[in-house]
Design a protein around this ligand. Structure first.
Ligand code: GDP
Ligand code: IMO
Ligand code: MG
Length: 431
């Protein structure tokens, strides 16, 4: 297959970055199509750890084209920092490999200020956003007052719009959010400085990708966040502000519908969530702490401890349906070593009723009690496993049961953070 999308099936941080990095070896182009630097994708390559926020996770392979599509929102200052950090480590040096959509919207300092002030004001009702201004940037896009990268070409016109936006946001910050207004002149100067850095990357990514696909190139689409954080299908309002399912590829890369060959969903072997909102299979106490430490479950974007839970097959089925998943990659199987028995949430109970699918009216999830099935654990370390036959029988049984419950075939299993610590049953580019 030639065009493959990788998407998260839970609440983000499933290990998408690691799998994209692995598959990028067989791809020509890697594309981000939604979200912004609220994403944090961790790669461990040759013993070195990298966290990519905006730059697609093809950047650590030599010669791969990295595209940031129009459906993303991009903080130009964050992009400059990320590029500089990679270059300081001798990576992703060739400027010609980065293509930034001229239609992508810019995240501005006032978006970050609004994000922070709103969260502070919401107190206990806060969403627990990453604070990077992502929601406010998407709001401006929909309100048709956002600034797109293309507008940097004519700086005088750009400055007028920017100055108007800063004045509007300052009124809102002052009057409604009771927060400190921003210094407009500083923002204009910052953008003036950043402009020259951005212009060489600008590209009509739709035209570029259509040509690449027509030429038979292999294109990998890198999703951010996860199905349960999707603005339409997730646990609204405790979600992010973009569509995170595979259909966003068609509007946000863009790729024409019908041109996507396969969707690979990524799940952890258990579940995590950062920020507030319902989480039916959540566990607390000693076991949660143990998994948090063994799995290093601290947000790569904000350092916050991630909430921990058992694998939730109801969510997995939901994500498989929404994404039309070709296959599932289950990461972090190694983290479950030594836990016996293991539990998997197979259905919910709401009141007296059992639900095998997510109950209608998402607020029902807040009242959903998990119904578990128990599976036997294993005590062997999995970190050296490179084939299914290297896994202890109970680990194999766990994988088989999850695939069965999710209704989708398992194509990869992760047994460590490093690129090579992955058992690949089927590689979509070679399938
Ligand atoms: P993403 O946002 O979906 O790319 O995921 P993150 O990078 O935010 O979080 C996943 C974390 O798990 C990262 O620290 C990865 O290095 C790590 N990771 C990924 N796959 C595995 C795995 O199979 N085993 C272990 N132990 N760690 C993994
Ligand atoms: P990756 O791509 C985990 C969560 C935030 C918060 C909610 C809204 O690394 O999987 P936002 O800043 O987007 O407005 O915050 O969404 N969130 C993520 N959680 N991984 C992510 O991305 C996330 N991106 C957003 O924690 O609950
Ligand atoms: Mg992450």
């Amino acid at each position: 297959m030639k065009t493959v999308a990788v998407v998260g099936t839970q609440w983000g941080d499933e290990g998408k970055g690691k799998i994209v990095d692995l598959l990028a070896a067989d791809a020509d182009v890697v594309v981000r199509f939604q979200g912004g630097n609220n994403a944090a994708h961790t790669l461990v390559v040759d013993g070195e750890k990298f966290i990519l926020r905006l730059i697609p996770a093809g950047a650590l392979h030599a010669g791969k084209v990295c595209v940031i599509g129009n459906g993303t929102v991009v903080d130009p200052l964050a992009l400059c920092e990320e590029l500089a950090a990679l270059r300081a480590r001798g990576r992703f040096i060739d400027d010609a490999l980065l293509k930034l959509s001229c239609d992508a919207h810019m995240v501005m300092p006032y978006h970050r200020a609004v994000d922070h002030a709103r969260e502070a004001r919401a107190g206990r009702r806060a969403i627990g956003t990453t604070g990077f201004g992502i929601g406010p940037a998407y709001e401006d896009k929909m309100a048709r007052v956002g600034l797109r990268f293309d507008e940097l070409r004519n700086f005088a016109r750009f400055r007028d719009k920017l100055t108007r936006n800063i004045a509007d946001k300052n009124s809102y910050l002052r009057a409604v959010l009771k927060a400190k207004p921003l210094k407009g002149g500083e923002i204009v100067d910052q953008m003036k400085r950043v402009r020259g850095r951005m212009l060489p990357y600008l590209c009509d990514t739709g035209a570029y990708l259509a040509e690449a696909v027509a030429a038979g190139k292999r294109v990998l689409f890198e999703g951010a966040h996860g199905a349960m954080l999707d603005i339409d299908h997730g646990t609204y309002p405790f979600v992010t502000s973009s569509n995170c399912i595979a259909s966003a590829v068609f509007s946000g890369a863009p790729l024409a519908p019908g041109r996507l060959d396969a969707v690979l969903g990524i799940s952890k072997a258990y579940t995590t969530r950062v920020g507030a909102g319902p989480f039916p299979s959540e566990i607390k106490g000693r076991l949660a702490n143990r998994l948090r430490i063994e799995g290093e479950e601290f947000g790569s974007a904000t350092g916050r401890p991630r909430r921990i839970g058992w694998f939730d097959a109801v969510l997995a089925r939901f994500a498989a349906r929404l994404n039309g998943m070709w296959g599932l990659a289950l990461t972090k199987l190694d983290v479950l070593t030594g836990i016996d028995p293991l539990r998997v949430c197979v259905a919910y109970q709401v009141g007296a009723r059992r639900y095998d699918e997510i109950p209608p009216g998402r607020s029902a999830l807040e009242r959903a009690r998990p119904l578990y099935e128990e599976l036997p654990g294993w005590s062997e370390s999995l970190s050296g496993a490179r084939a299914l036959s290297d896994l202890p029988p109970n680990a194999r049984r766990y994988l088989e049961r999850i695939a069965e419950l999710a209704g989708v075939r398992l194509v990869m299993a992760g047994v460590g953070a490093a690129r090579e610590a992955t058992i690949v049953f089927s590689n979509p580019f070679l399938a």
